[in-house]
Design a protein around this ligand. Sequence first.
Ligand SMILES: C[S@@+](CC[C@H](N)C(=O)[O-])C[C@H]1O[C@@H](n2cnc3c(N)ncnc32)[C@H](O)[C@@H]1O
Length: 297
Amino acid sequence: MNYRHAFHAGNFADVLKHAVLAQCLAHLKKKAKPFRYIDTHAGVGAYDLTSSEAQRNPEWQGGIAKVLAAKRRPEVEEALAPLLDVVRAMNPGETLTSYPGSPELAARMLREHDRAHLCELHEADAKTLDQRYVRNAAVKVEKRDGYKALHSLVPPREKRGVVLVDPPFEHRDEMAHMAEAVRKAIPKWTGGTYIFWRPLKDLWASERFDVGLAEWLFEENYATPENILRADLWVRDLEAEGKLAGAGVVIINPPYTLEAQLLALLPWLAETLSQGEGAGWRLDGAATDESLSVEEF
Ligand SMILES: C[S@@+](CC[C@H](N)C(=O)[O-])C[C@H]1O[C@@H](n2cnc3c(N)ncnc32)[C@H](O)[C@@H]1O
């Protein structure tokens, strides 16, 4: 387990993933009933952008820093608001020095009765995560394999909530592990919102995951096409050599407001965070023919 998220914190892929997560949590907060947030691959919780890892190849400068500096239309501002509220609260001064990981984003959005359950397998990272929330009774940290844990964590007592599955993709069989974990969890809790992050690197593998997941959900009657949304962003030509050019999320049971928000956000992100030729975005229902939009700049 060599993956260190600190090298990537706040990059374009984090911004999209965290904007989606924050919108899902904000939607749950519209009702008074409590919810639970489940994070299978939590990381260390929050990131110091002045650390040597974040400075070595400052990907956040091409992500969250550009987002904050750019002019945002009202509908883009609305789509980003729950994420940017947390980022601003963590950076009260003029300079951007901290960025929330998914745990911190959730921890700051929880209300009194909401709960978070975080799994992290890396020894040192799990310890850091545990120390961060040791005094927060609403947040439970487990040093545990999130794939193996997931089916035992659902359904949560609250019966409302969000699951984020955000693996490091260090191994070629990561998509298969993700698919296996999902197939055990969803039958136990069909009503939850699930967010699956995956890189757009091996495009064949990500397509196979997306389409396989959607087809299985339809076949088993766990979801209909309206219950699935796929949002992808690429900042360079996806075929280009070098570091990650694209990534995105597949969301099961998205809030009904999310599609319109992403339709405003994705083209703006592709334009604002473009790193050259071929940046683009996609918003559709994964396995369905009804592709909502695919655009290139
Ligand atoms: C992409 S990072 C998570 C980032 C975090 N979700 C965020 O948005 O801030 C993936 C994390 O998963 C951890 N990890 C790897 N395999 C795992 C497993 N099987 N179960 C739980 N955590 C794992 C890694 O140590 C790493 O911290």
